[in-house]
Design a protein around this ligand. Structure first.
Ligand code: 4NP
Length: 156
């Protein structure tokens, strides 16, 4: 049985699609496609059906990563369907946990930067309102956080 991992942000067009793509890249590099299935979602459905933000696509391409994405809204059922729900910031955490009425799935929900050795437990900043350098900053954070998350998963 594969471990099911869901990455979550607000719009599902900047941070979580990139986190998923980077984790998928680590899956490929570690040769473990039989161990994981992945997806991403947004707590808001505002951008549902859209590809990733053009600035995210451009930055990913510059880093040699191709994104193929369609945004979707996080649904209550995801709490049951996934083993790990990795949120980008505390607002995402609150929004996801508010759907967990009986608190039975709260152990599955973790902050992405719990696995960032440089700033453990910090929020992944929302790059939406900033410039291009913000997208590279998010890329760097997510590249190392997903790598450490993967190593942690493989050590279990
Ligand atoms: P994301 O970024 O949560 O990383 O996908 C955002 C995308 C869209 C908006 C905000 C943040 N928005 O306000 O539409």
């Amino acid at each position: 049985m594969k471990t099911r991992v869901l990455f979550v942000c607000l719009g599902n067009i900047c941070r979580s699609p990139l986190a998923k793509a980077l984790f998928d890249q680590h899956i490929e590099k570690n040769n473990v496609p039989h161990l994981f299935s992945t997806d991403s979602a947004g707590t808001s459905g505002h951008h549902a059906g859209e590809n990733a933000d053009p600035r995210t696509l451009k930055n990913a391409r510059r880093n040699g990563l191709m994104l193929n994405h369609r945004a979707r809204k996080f649904k209550t059922e995801d709490l049951r369907l996934f083993d790990h729900i990795i949120v980008m910031d505390r607002q995402n955490m609150d929004d996801v946990l508010s759907l967990d009425r009986e608190g039975q799935f709260s152990d599955k929900v973790k902050l992405m930067r719990e696995w960032d050795p440089e700033q453990p437990g910090a929020d992944v900043p929302d790059p939406w309102y900033g410039g291009e350098e913000g997208f590279q900053h998010v890329y760097d954070i997510l590249h190392r956080s997903t790598d450490h998350f993967m190593q942690n998963m493989l050590e279990r």
